[in-house]
Design a protein around this ligand. Structure first.
Ligand SMILES: CC(C)(COP(=O)(O)OP(=O)(O)OC[C@H]1O[C@@H](n2cnc3c(N)ncnc32)[C@H](O)[C@@H]1OP(=O)(O)O)[C@@H](O)C(=O)NCCC(=O)NCCS
Length: 204
């Protein structure tokens, strides 16, 4: 499986816009970037996230969040992720949000950001990376599957809008697939529960 994954990861990405700069999120620049991040993500994702959800990820795992910026520092694309021990015993990365401005899609920008997150998590010794995406999101499914993610389950009525999701997983080391008791898990994931939290829940 690891060999298959490596093969897919080496596949040529589409040509990204060369003038974009790809940078790690810097929490000291929250004022400058957070409004644009929220706007970009809320435009396309079906879940309405509170500002506390963004801060939950960006404060703790800013090192796993990357932005593509135009030469004038406009936010073009963002990936938000985290990495922590999972109850199954694995060190699990989770990609919480990924979005590219509509006018810039199809040029490999999100692929570049996902690769940066994968590389950062690999360097931190993650065992695996998971995420959920709507079953009808063909662009997202294509992007992740081309990078070696596989479908681990279908989650019925996963989103607030009633739509189903696929959980996708990328195994970063060979032993992990055997170690994880996927059957014992519920449809909800701890990481996704946090996406629905409000201030009172987080700071309780
Ligand atoms: C998913 C998303 C982040 C992809 O961003 P992007 O910068 O266009 O991504 P890339 O260019 O790296 O790759 C997109 C892939 O999807 C393909 N694609 C794009 N639109 C597609 C469509 N309607 N049907 C099928 N494939 C599509 C592209 O051809 C490309 O695959 P390829 O390289 O094999 O040709 C972007 O569409 C987006 O922001 N969508 C809204 C938010 C979202 O759905 N986020 C993911 C949910 S977790």
């Amino acid at each position: 499986m690891a060999e298959q994954m490596a093969e897919k990861k080496d596949a040529e990405p589409p040509t990204a816009e060369p003038e974009l700069q790809y940078i790690q999120y810097d929490p000291s620049k929250e004022e400058q970037y957070l409004p644009a991040i929220r706007q970009l993500i809320s435009k396309d994702l079906s879940e309405p996230y509170s500002i506390y959800v963004y801060r939950y990820f960006l404060y703790q795992w800013g090192n796993l969040c990357y932005m593509a910026l135009s030469p004038t520092n406009t936010l073009i694309a963002i990936i938000i992720s985290k990495l922590e021990p999972h109850r199954s015993g694995t060190f699990r990365g989770y990609i919480a949000m990924l979005a590219t401005q509509e006018a810039h899609r199809g040029r490999g920008i999100a692929t570049n950001l996902v690769r940066m997150a994968i590389d950062a998590m690999t360097a931190l010794h993650a065992d695996e990376i998971v995420l959920e995406t709507e079953v009808s999101n063909t662009a997202s499914l294509k992007l992740y599957e081309r990078l070696g993610f596989i479908r681990s389950k279908r989650l019925h009525r996963y989103y607030l809008n009633g739509n189903a999701a696929f959980r996708l997983i990328l195994y970063l080391n060979e032993g992990t697939a055997l170690k994880r008791p996927e059957r014992g898990e519920t449809g909800m994931d701890g990481a996704h529960d946090i996406m629905r939290l409000e201030e009172a829940d987080i700071y309780a």
